[in-house]
Design a protein around this ligand. Structure first.
Ligand code: HEM
Length: 164
């Protein structure tokens, strides 16, 4: 598969002192995984609250804009934490993710999920009534967003069980 083209890079990365240190110091990987998982909990809670509000299933007495204002910053603050902890996990065991089709799928879904979140939530910050006359579109986008974010979690866990 095309991913084998990455072997020289992953072999080089695995031989770097940082990668060796992550592998040899046994508490680093589980500690980084814990932070990754805590950030996932934050991101998913925020996404769930915003999408359920757009679907009209929670907080119907509050404006949609209020849920974006309240929860969107949690998404934008968690993503860099996920990125840094994810990068540390990759450096510790480069082949395991970089040459794994499930990891590539997860990253593609992450781009789609981020785009969906920007598309649904960002307009609300500028205009509180943005979705008032487009409730159907908002619901489709919110449902898609939930599905894609959940798919990312599933792919994240699945990386451990797939190989190139
Ligand atoms: C921002 C960039 C991200 C990178 C670079 C990244 C990278 C990684 C890596 C390398 C692993 C270890 C996989 C393994 O070796 O088994 C992992 C695990 C995982 N990731 Fe991410 N990730 C990112 C974002 C996310 C996001 C946004 C989510 C979900 C919302 C997520 C969910 C998960 C899950 C559920 C696991 C499995 C944790 C475990 O079972 O210990 N990741 N991630």
């Amino acid at each position: 598969m095309a991913l084998s083209g990455l072997t020289p890079f992953t072999t080089w990365l695995a031989a770097t002192p940082v990668s060796q240190a992550i592998g040899e110091i046994h508490w680093i990987t589980p500690a980084v995984q814990c932070v990754h998982i805590l950030a996932i909990a934050v991101v998913m809670s925020a996404i769930l609250m915003m999408d359920l509000r757009l679907l009209g299933l929670v907080g119907r007495d509050d404006a949609m804009q209020m849920s974006s204002r309240r929860y969107l910053p949690w998404v934008w603050w968690s993503l860099p934490v996920l990125f840094v902890t994810g990068a540390a996990l990759i450096i510790g065991e480069p082949r395991r993710s970089l040459q794994n089709p499930t990891f590539l799928l997860k990253m593609s879904l992450l781009i789609a999920a981020t785009a969906l979140t920007v598309l649904t939530e960002q307009p609300l910050l500028r205009n509180a009534g943005f979705w008032h006359n487009r409730k159907g579109v908002a619901k489709v986008l919110a449902a898609s967003s939930l599905i894609v974010w959940v798919a990312i979690v599933i792919c994240g866990r699945w990386i451990a069980y797939t190989q190139e």
